[in-house]
Design a protein around this ligand. Structure first.
Ligand code: COA
Length: 328
């Protein structure tokens, strides 16, 4: 038995933040941002748009695309680094918004969250009696970004994207191989220090700006390329497939230079790499399914294609999965 992707849905806030908008806010330039990151604009949630509301919108679209009634969903997982609130989990709000009463939980693995969730969801589906699993990557990174920090405010955007995973035959489409990892010695490279058990939010933590994401960009960059390449090769080996057999590489969209460097080291041609970072920036756990949904919508992804997905993020986490695409 395999777990195949049978539906996709997205939710992108209408409000745009362009490089020109950022030029007016911090000391930066459109050419610097485009050259160093590949990003031209990002979408930013309005105050009434939240991680859960975007997730409900994306989840509704994915369920519809899969052609199943909502009550056919047997399990809901929400991958997010920007939860609706600390307690309860975001899945509680999302399940309620979708009218679900199945089990739900959140998965936090930073920007590798989508690949982690895909592996967990597919393993639960193939291990047991589940028919359909709904996986939603949803983020409102703008809520943890210091608007005055030019090193981070240029990078991140808000969005949600969802997939339905459904039971498929042994020789049908589905997840063929995967690799997950985390090097916690690098935890301080990308972090929000306050608001948790170690440093609960206080007037002092707010004054210090510790509710905001802090990042050591160069070191994250260096490790990201290595992690993606090693993880991609481990996944291909697990699946018994060579890089030349990969139809599409769908990397986490964090920086065009990371994407191009990783793709070339893995051996995937640029025209076989799905890139949409220019229009969304880094949407963390939503970025890979958002790219998948666009590539499915415009007809690039075809049944039988082998799709290699790779993510990395805070932790530092990494993960890759190879999926045989089905007919959606
Ligand atoms: N506009 C203009 N200049 C900027 C800038 C901005 N938005 N942000 C930083 N700079 C400056 C720096 O202050 C530095 O100036 P200095 O040389 O006078 O000190 C200079 O540009 C170079 O900074 P550096 O950090 O070396 O740039 P970089 O080439 O590494 O690019 C990132 C910075 C953040 C774009 C890059 O490191 C990156 O993308 N890293 C990975 C981040 C990531 O993917 N995070 C998410 C992981 S899921």
């Amino acid at each position: 038995m395999r777990a195949a992707i049978t539906g996709l849905g997205t939710a992108v806030p209408a409000q745009l933040l362009t490089n020109a908008d950022l030029e007016a806010r911090v000391e930066t330039s459109d050419s610097w941002i485009v050259e160093r990151t590949g990003i031209r604009e990002r979408h930013i949630a309005k105050p009434d748009e939240t991680t859960a509301s975007l997730a409900v919108e994306a989840g509704t679209a994915a369920i519809k695309h899969a052609g199943i009634p909502p009550d056919a969903v047997d399990l809901l997982i929400v991958a997010t680094a920007t939860p609706e609130q600390p307690i309860p989990h975001t899945g509680a709000f999302v399940g309620e918004g979708l009218g679900l009463r199945c089990g739900s939980f959140d998965l936090q693995a930073g920007c590798a969250g989508f690949v982690y969730m895909l592996v967990v969801g597919s393993s639960m589906l193939t291990a047991g009696h589940l028919q359909h699993v709904l996986l939603i990557g949803s983020e409102t990174l703008s809520r943890v970004i210091d608007p005055a920090d030019r090193a981070t405010c240029i990078l991140f955007g808000d969005a949600a994207a969802a997939i339905v995973l459904s039971r498929s035959d042994d020789d049908g489409p589905g997840v063929l191989g995967w690799d997950l990892g985390c090097d916690g010695s690098a935890a301080s490279l990308l972090e929000v220090r306050a608001g948790g058990s170690r440093r609960p939010a206080t007037p002092e933590t707010i004054a210090a700006g510790d509710q905001y994401l802090k990042m050591q960009g160069q070191e994250v960059f260096r490790r990201a390329v290595r992690a993606v390449v090693e993880s991609a090769f481990a996944t291909l080996e697990h699946a018994g497939v060579g890089a030349a057999d990969v139809s599409w590489f769908v990397p986490h969209q964090a920086n065009i230079r990371i994407i191009e460097s990783a793709a070339s080291r893995i051996g995937v041609a640029p025209q076989r790499t799905i890139v949409n970072i220019d229009r969304y920036g880094n949407t963390s756990a939503a970025s890979i399914p958002l790219a998948l949904a666009e590539a499915e919508e415009d007809g690039r992804l075809k049944p039988g294609d082998l799709v290699l997905m790779s993510g990395f993020g805070a932790g530092m986490t990494w993960g890759s999965a190879l999926v045989e695409w089905g007919s959606l």
